[in-house]
Design a protein around this ligand. Sequence first.
Ligand code: ADE
Length: 223
Amino acid sequence: MKIGIITPMAEEKLSLIAALDNTKTKQHGGTSITTGTYKCHEVILTESGIGKVAAASAATVMIDNFEPDLIVNTGSAGALDPDLKIGDEVVGTRVAHSDVDVTVFGYAFGQVPNKPLYYLADPEVVADFEKLAAVKEGLIVSGDQFVQDDAKKRILAHFPDALVAEMEAAAVAQVATQFGTPFIVLRGVSDLANGDSGVVFDDYVVEAGRASAKLLLRYLDQK
Ligand code: ADE
């Protein structure tokens, strides 16, 4: 299959790049895109940069130029669910914006007008990941903020079932949905979205990226 992978940071993509053969990297619309192969698969890997605008731009460039069969958004995330630990892997079955508020016009908190509140990951791909590993699956929320204590409380008040917070997935999901491209989100927990997160994140971001990469490569191994 032709798989497009969007990962925000260089640290998060290290393990993925290491697994690819025949790699070529070039700059494209402000993002660095590496093409390569993994076994029988064609892989297009973009380091998007951080935040929803960067992610939306990278997803658009990726889909318009390479037309992947599936977009995978990987990387790290801060835990919102108290059962999650650093290093755990989460599969996003649904994604929402955590910082969009047009409620004054009757939209749900998180909903962009004329868009769905929840963007749904491809159900067949979700089922494949279910068979692969005992990972937590559920809602991932995205906003242009690094989430710590206060923001965590605010987000959980609106999305009590959110597993993790990060800064790109909803943008990738919105663009992918607009183009009709199936997507999935895989995120490794790098911190617990609390007062220590700024320090802990730096220590664990590579490990979180490695956990996502490992799971994704296992998925490709059986495709
Ligand atoms: N990515 C990793 N940790 C995060 C956090 N606490 N908030 C937002 N994005 C993150």
